[in-house]
Write a protein of this length. Structure first.
Length: 173
């Protein structure tokens, strides 16, 4: 049911996050953004990437060397479109974010990963001044979702991860 709200409120985010779509290169809001802050999941509001790890890869999508926490994202094998890639999903709500590649910049003598993420899947917040709602979860049913709403499986039921009826999609094209 809640994915229906996402589909109605933001069809493009639904297409990317729930159907595994990709926004066209160089069209996303955050491709060239240099602002400081934390990039959150646009669906559930989970913190994903710090602006400190963002770099210009020239790929046409926002690129990061690391998630804010390793368990903020989950990685899945993706063999679609005749390629072998690694899909990146939000660990909290299972939203498709993009893909990760082993061809990022060098840091401390090692080549970093390049997390190539769709802008539409992200919500950049400045911790000092930003009061944006926390993704789709903040207005589902007209009620605010806060840090106190951490009952077991809360987001699983909303976004299809557990035994709820939230859908979730398979992330394939």
């Amino acid at each position: 049911m809640h994915d229906d709200i996402l589909k109605k409120e933001n069809p493009e985010l639904y297409r990317v996050a729930r159907e595994g779509g990709t926004e066209p290169a160089f069209t996303g809001e955050y491709v060239h953004t240099k602002e400081d802050g934390m990039y959150h999941c646009a669906v559930c509001g989970a913190p994903l990437f710090s602006s400190e790890t963002k770099f210009d890869s020239g790929s046409g999508w926002p690129s990061f060397t690391d998630p804010t926490l390793k368990d903020a994202v989950k990685l899945l094998d993706d063999d679609s479109h005749g390629m072998r890639r690694t899909e990146v999903r939000c660990a909290k709500c299972d939203a498709h974010l993009g893909h990760v590649f082993p061809d990022g910049p060098k840091k401390e003598g090692k080549v970093c990963d390049r997390y190539c993420i769709n802008s539409i899947s992200l919500d950049l917040r400045n911790n000092d001044t930003d009061t944006k709602p926390e993704g789709i979860g903040s207005y589902i049913g007209g009620e605010s979702v806060t840090d106190t709403d951490k009952s077991p499986g809360f987001f699983d039921g909303l976004f299809g991860g557990g035994d709820g009826d939230g859908g979730g999609g398979d992330g394939g094209d």
